[in-house]
Structures are given as structure tokens and as C-alpha cells.
Design a protein. Structure first.
Length: 280
């Protein structure tokens, strides 16, 4: 175990909670309502800081190299404390515990990935499922019919002035994004991939990508409320470790089969949903 990783995760989580307490208070933004450009810049900067702290928190967990049984116990403990904090009305503590618990779970699951080449099909599968789920599949259905479930399993960025600013920024991050971030970073560290480059790409794409895409779409009159976060994580992973993903012919066929299976499952789910709707 590497204590430095635990210290990094703890400091990042504490900074997230402390800054969140300040940013979530409406009085912290008094005086900026009449200064739209300054307000927009402050909201954007706060959003990027919270994203960066969440990434650094999970990166610390990945670097800590905690034993599997300890990761499992810690993830379960975070889940239990998350439930208690949510029932007690402690939103910031709830968000921090969600980040920690999901990150620990991702680090635990990353032990299934024992070879570098497996990360590529895992990343591609995650992107396909996440993109389809967010816009057309399970997540989309739940968002429409039970939005409270999605909000409970997401960490909203604690910025009280978001509604006052016209700048398009992320409102929340789902638990699955934190889990896959932990999986990718932990696997990168354990398999000897380009750790620093991966972390730099993740930070760069998460800090620039969502805001840029939401800003461009808003400029064309289309408001994006959600984005598939795993797309940015997968691109960062592949971009930083492209030299390690030189697949051989059998591996390319395995990747193709994986994609076909995923597309088949998506098609089956979509067909079943259409038939059920017609039946009702």
C-alpha cells in the first residue's frame, strides 16, 4: 500500500467538501449578479476546480494500491455512510462519499483486467453502452420516468450561482463515471501503462471537453443537458497509451466480436422496449 495515494485522496476529498461548502452558499456569489462576464468566469472556474478535485481524489485511490479486501470493505462502508448522509440531509458529505465509494469500487473491479490489450475493448464497450444509455437506453428511460433516481446516483457540482449564469457547464456527474475512472486509472497504474500521461489526458479532456461541446451546441441553439462522460475517459486512456494497444489480428477479431455482442444486446433491449410499449 502507498500512503501517499491515500493522503492525496483524503486531501482532494476534503478540499472538495470545503470549497463546496463555500460555493454552495448563495451569499458567496453576492455582488456578481450584475457582472455577467465575471459571474460566468467564476462559475466556469469553480466547475473546473470541482472536476479536477474529483479526478485527483480517485487518482489517489488508484495510486494507493489498497488490498482487495480493504477496498471492498471501504467501498461498502462508503456506501453505507452515503445512505446515512443522504437520509440525514448532508448533501456535500453525500457527494464526497459517492465519489469515494464509486472510485473504490472501480479500483476493485480493475483487478479483472490482467492484460493491457483488454483495456481497449473494455473502454470501447463502455463508450458504446454509456452513449446509448444516456441518450436512448436505460439511463434515458430512468431520467424521464424517475429522475429522482438519477439525481440520487449523481454528484451535483455544488455551485449556487449556476442558475444565474448563462455559461453552459456540467451540472452533475454520474456514479458510473466515477467507477470507470477508478477502473481505468487503477488498471493503468497496476499494468505499467503511462500513468502521468493518462492522468494528464483525463484532466485535460474532462476540463475542456464537456464545456467546449456544451458551449458549441448552445451556440447553435441546442441545449445539451447530459453528456456521456465515459467517452472522454476512453479517449484519454487510448490517447495516452496508444503504443500499448498495438493489437494483433486475433485481438482485433476479439474486439470486433465484443462490439457486435454489445450492439446485439442494445438492439435486443431496444426491440423489447418497443414491443412492450406497443403491448401497453
Amino acid at each position: 500500500m502507498r500512503p501517499a495515494g491515500i493522503v492525496q485522496a483524503a486531501c482532494s476529498a476534503a478540499a472538495y467538501a470545503a470549497l463546496g461548502w463555500v460555493a454552495s452558499r448563495p451569499e458567496s456569489w453576492k455582488g456578481l449578479e450584475g457582472r455577467p462576464f465575471i459571474l460566468a468566469g467564476a462559475v466556469l472556474l469553480a466547475t473546473l476546480i470541482f472536476l479536477g478535485l474529483a479526478v485527483l481524489c480517485i487518482a489517489g485511490l488508484a495510486l494507493a494500491r489498497i488490498r482487495p479486501w480493504a477496498e471492498a470493505l471501504a467501498a461498502v462502508a462508503c456506501g453505507g455512510l452515503w445512505w446515512a448522509a443522504r437520509k440525514s440531509g448532508l448533501p456535500l458529505l453525500t457527494d464526497v462519499l459517492l465519489i469515494l465509494g464509486a472510485g473504490l469500487f472501480g479500483c476493485l473491479v480493475s483487478r479483472i483486467v490482467r492484460e493491457k490489450a483488454i483495456l481497449l475493448p473494455v473502454a470501447l464497450t463502455a463508450v458504446l453502452v454509456d452513449t446509448w444509455g444516456v441518450y436512448f437506453g436505460f439511463v434515458s428511460d430512468v431520467s424521464r420516468h424517475q429522475p429522482q433516481v438519477v439525481s440520487q446516483l449523481s454528484a451535483p457540482l455544488p455551485i449556487a450561482a449556476k442558475a444565474l449564469s448563462a455559461v453552459p457547464v456540467l451540472g452533475s456527474i454520474g456514479v458510473g463515471d466515477f467507477a470507470f475512472l477508478g477502473l481505468f486509472l487503477a488498471a493503468t497504474a497496476r499494468l505499467g501503462l503511462q500513468w502521468r500521461a493518462t492522468l494528464a489526458w483525463v484532466l485535460g479532456l474532462l476540463l475542456v471537453g464537456p464545456t467546449a461541446i456544451m458551449g458549441i451546441s448552445a451556440a447553435f441553439g441546442y441545449q445539451l443537458d447530459v453528456l456521456p462522460g465515459l467517452f472522454f475517459l476512453a479517449v484519454a486512456l487510448v490517447a495516452a497509451n496508444r503504443r500499448h494497444f498495438a493489437l494483433k489480428r486475433p485481438e482485433w477479431f476479439a474486439l470486433l466480436y465484443t462490439v457486435l455482442v454489445v450492439l446485439g444486446v442494445i438492439g435486443l433491449y431496444t426491440l423489447t422496449r418497443v414491443l412492450l410499449r406497443r403491448g401497453t
